[in-house]
Design a protein around this ligand. Structure first.
Ligand code: SER
Length: 613
C-alpha cells in the first residue's frame, strides 16, 4: 500500500461516516504560544475540543503535518521521525466510545484487511488520586467487536493517557491498537512489552481539561480524538521493519546514497529525516528561516546536523539542496505550500549551508587551538563543557561536531591521555548547564520549549524586537488599521515582518513609516510591560495575538507599551501582546531602515528592515 492510498482510504472512510475532511493546519501553531510546532492532528482543534464551534461541523477528519522534536536524538532508529503525517478523526461533543471503537475496528479489519488474530488493544487502568475510573467501557466495546479478553491490557497514565498538547488544555484516557508483526503466529495473550506488537492507532477520549494548577476538570463536552501515524502504519502494513523503507523515502534515500562516498545507514536516515523536516517547516505557510530562536533554531539545528552527517559519509558540498528538491517534488501535490515556497526554501538552504560551512572552516581551527592549549598543559582534567559551550557560542559549532573533532585530533596526534571518550557524559552535562544558564538569562518566549534549544537574547535581537513593535504601529498609522501581523522572524542581522495589506507599498509610504519609527527612536520613549486581563488589554488598545486566549498564563497576558509610564498606558504609542524581551528606551535601537518590501501571498506583504548605530 502506498501513502497516497492509505491517506485516501482513511479520509474516504470517515467521510462516509459523516465526517468533513479538513486540510492540514500549519506546522506553526497559531493558537498556542507554549509550543513551537503542531505535534498532533488535535492540536489545531484545541479551541473546538473546549467547546468552540467548528465551521465544518462536529465530525472532522484530516491528515495533519506534525513535527516532534522531543525524541530527535533517537532519529536514525527504525521508528522515530521528526516530521510525520497523522491521520485522525474527531467527534466534537458528538459520538463517543461506541462509534469510535467500532469504526476503528471496521477500518482496520475491513478497509485495511488486517486479521483480528493479529490485533490487540490497551485501555486506561484508572487513577484513584484524580478520581478517574478504569476504562471498562472501552474494553467491553472491544470485546463486542470480537477482541479476546487476553488481548486487552489495562495500563496507566504513561501509556494510555493523551494530552494536553501544551501546558494546559484538553486531555483524557485513550485506547491503543496494536498489530502483530512477528513471523510466528501472534501469541494468544497480549504482552505490550513485546516489541513485535506495534502500536498503530489510538482513540483518545478527551473529556478532561488540565488546568494551570494541575487539576483535571471535566470538559463541557465529550470529544473523541484519534491519531494514526501515517509512515509507521504504512511500514507495518507493508511488512517493513522500519519507517524509512516506505515508498516515499525511496527517492530521497537513493539521492543521498548517490552523493555519499561512504554510505552509512544511520547517517542516511538522519539526513533524510532532517532535510524533510526542515523543508516542511520552511515551506509552511508561515515560512520559517533558520535562526537562533524558536522554530528557526530547530530548522538551523536540522540543517547543520545534516551537513555534519553529510561530511561523515563523504559528501563534499551541495547535499542539502538536491535532496530538498526531491522532497519538494514528491510532496508538492499534497502540500501545495511546498511548491509555492520552493524558491524561499532553496534560497534559505543555500544561505544556511554556506554559513555553516564557513562556521566549520573558521571553527574547527579553534577546536585545534583549544586542543593544543590543553595538550601543552598536559592536564586533561581542565578541558570542560564550558570550553565547548564557548566554541558553540562564538562559532555556532554543535557539541557533537566539536567532540568528534577533538577525538579525531587525539587519534591523529596519538594522545589517548587527552581523549574525552570516557568523559563524554560529564562534558555534555557541563555543556548543557552552560546552555541552561544562558537560557535563564533570556526571557524570549521560546525558552525551554524544546530540547536543546537556545534562545537568542543578544542585545541586537532585543533591539529588533522593539523595532518590530514600532514598525507594526507605524504601518497601522500610515496604511490603516487593517494592518495586522501575519508573521515575524528576527535574527541578529535583520527583522522580517509579514502583515495584511492589499497593495504594494509605495516609496512614499515606506519613507513615511521609516520616518515615524526613527522619530520614536530619537524621542527615546520608555518601554515597559504590564500583565493584564484580555479585556483590560483590549481596552488599552493592545494589538497582537488575542487568539492565544486558549492557552495563556493564568488569566493574564503580557502587554508591552512604548510610551511614558507615568501617563495611563492606554495612551501609549504602541501596545502589543508579546513575551518580550524589549529594550528599556527606544533610543537604544539607534536607527531603523527598511531594506525590502515584497509580496508573500495574496494580501500579505513582507518587509525586511535593519537597525543600526
Ligand atoms: N492526540 C493523539 C495523538 O497524537 C490522537 O490524535 O496520538
Amino acid at each position: 500500500m502506498t501513502s497516497q492510498e492509505l491517506r485516501q482510504k482513511y479520509l474516504d472512510f470517515f467521510r462516509a461516516k459523516g465526517h468533513t475532511i479538513i486540510p492540514s493546519a500549519s506546522l506553526i501553531p497559531e493558537n498556542d504560544p507554549t509550543v513551537l510546532f503542531t505535534t498532533a492532528g488535535m492540536h489545531p482543534l484545541v479551541p473546538c475540543l473546549l467547546g468552540e464551534e467548528h465551521p465544518c461541523g462536529k465530525r472532522l477528519t484530516s491528515c495533519q503535518k506534525c513535527i516532534r522534536t522531543g525524541d530527535i536524538d533517537e532519529v536514525g532508529d527504525d521508528v522515530h521521525l521528526t516530521f510525520f503525517e497523522m491521520l485522525g478523526n474527531w467527534s466534537l461533543g458528538d459520538y463517543w466510545k461506541k462509534e469510535a471503537i467500532s469504526w476503528s475496528f471496521e477500518f482496520l479489519t475491513k478497509e485495511l484487511g488486517l486479521p483480528i488474530e493479529k490485533l490487540a488493544v490497551t485501555c486506561f487502568e484508572g487513577e484513584e488520586k484524580n478520581n478517574i475510573e478504569q476504562d471498562n467501557e472501552s474494553a467491553k466495546l472491544w470485546q463486542e467487536q470480537g477482541i479476546q479478553k487476553e488481548r486487552i491490557v489495562f495500563l496507566g497514565r504513561d501509556d494510555n493517557w493523551w494530552g494536553p498538547a501544551g501546558l494546559t488544555g484538553p486531555c483524557g484516557p485513550d485506547t491503543e491498537m496494536f498489530y502483530w508483526v512477528g513471523e510466528e503466529p501472534a501469541p494468544k495473550v497480549f504482552d505490550p512489552k513485546d516489541k513485535r506488537w506495534v502500536e498503530i492507532w489510538n482513540d483518545v477520549f478527551m473529556q478532561y481539561s488540565k488546568t494551570a494548577d494541575g487539576k483535571f476538570e471535566p470538559l463541557k463536552q465529550r470529544n473523541v480524538d484519534t491519531g494514526m501515524g501515517l509512515e509507521r502504519t504504512l511500514a507495518v502494513l507493508n511488512g517493513y521493519d522500519n519507517v524509512f523503507a516506505i515508498q516515499e523515502f525511496e527517492p530521497i534515500i537513493s539521492k543521498i546514497k548517490e552523493l555519499a562516498v561512504k554510505p552509512n545507514e544511520k547517517a542516511i536516515r538522519i539526513i533524510a529525516d532532517h532535510i524533510k523536516a526542515a523543508v516542511f517547516i520552511m515551506g509552511d505557510s508561515h515560512g520559517i528561516s533558520p535562526s537562533n530562536v524558536g522554530q528557526g533554531y530547530v530548522v538551523r539545528r536540522l540543517i547543520r546536523e545534516t551537513i555534519e552527517r553529510g561530511k561523515l559519509i563523504g559528501v563534499k558540498d551541495g547535499l542539502v539542496v538536491p535532496v530538498a528538491e526531491i522532497i519538494i517534488s514528491i510532496f508538492k501535490n499534497i502540500y501545495s505550500e511546498l511548491q509555492k515556497n520552493s524558491d524561499f526554501i532553496i534560497d534559505e538552504l543555500i544561505i544556511e549551508e554556506k554559513k555553516y560551512n564557513k562556521a566549520i572552516t573558521e571553527g574547527l581551527p579553534e577546536v585545534r587551538r583549544l586542543y593544543d592549549f590543553y595538550r601543552t598543559l598536559g592536564e586533561i582534567k581542565l578541558v570542560g563543557g564550558k570550553d565547548f559551550f564557548n566554541l558553540y557560542q562564538t562559532h555556532g559549532l554543535r557539541f557533537q561536531l566539536i567532540f568528534e573533532e577533538w577525538d579525531r585530533l587525539c587519534q591523529t596526534f596519538k594522545t589517548p591521555n587527552l581523549s574525552l571518550i570516557n568523559r563524554k557524559e560529564e562534558i555534555a552535562s557541563e555543556y548543557s548547564n552552560e546552555l541552561k544558564k544562558h537560557q535563564k538569562s533570556s526571557q524570549t518566549a521560546s525558552v525551554g520549549m524544546f530540547k536543546g534549544g537556545l534562545a537568542d537574547n543578544s542585545e541586537i535581537v532585543v533591539k529588533y524586537h522593539t523595532a518590530t513593535h514600532l514598525l507594526h504601529q507605524a504601518l497601522r498609522q500610515v496604511l490603516g488599521e487593517h494592518v495586522a501581523q501575519k508573521g515575524s522572524n528576527i535574527n541578529a542581522e535583520r527583522l522580517r515582518f509579514d502583515f495584511s495589506h492589499p497593495a504594494k507599498m509605495t516609496a512614499e509610504e515606506i519613507a513615511q513609516v521609516e520616518k515615524i519609527v526613527n522619530e520614536k527612536i530619537k524621542a527615546d520613549v520608555p518601554v515597559h510591560f504590564e500583565m493584564l486581563s484580555v479585556d483590560e488589554a483590549k481596552q488599552k488598545g493592545a494589538i497582537g495575538l488575542f487568539e492565544d486566549k486558549y492557552v495563556k498564563l493564568g488569566n493574564q497576558v503580557k502587554v508591552y507599551f512604548v510610551g511614558d509610564p507615568s501617563v495611563d498606558s492606554g495612551q501609549a504609542y504602541s501596545a502589543e501582546i508579546c513575551g518580550g524581551p524589549h529594550v528599556e528606551h527606544t533610543g537604544q535601537i539607534g536607527s531603523f531602515k527598511i531594506i525590502k518590501e515584497e509580496a508573500v501571498a495574496a494580501g500579505i506583504r513582507r518587509l525586511k528592515a535593519v537597525v543600526g548605530k
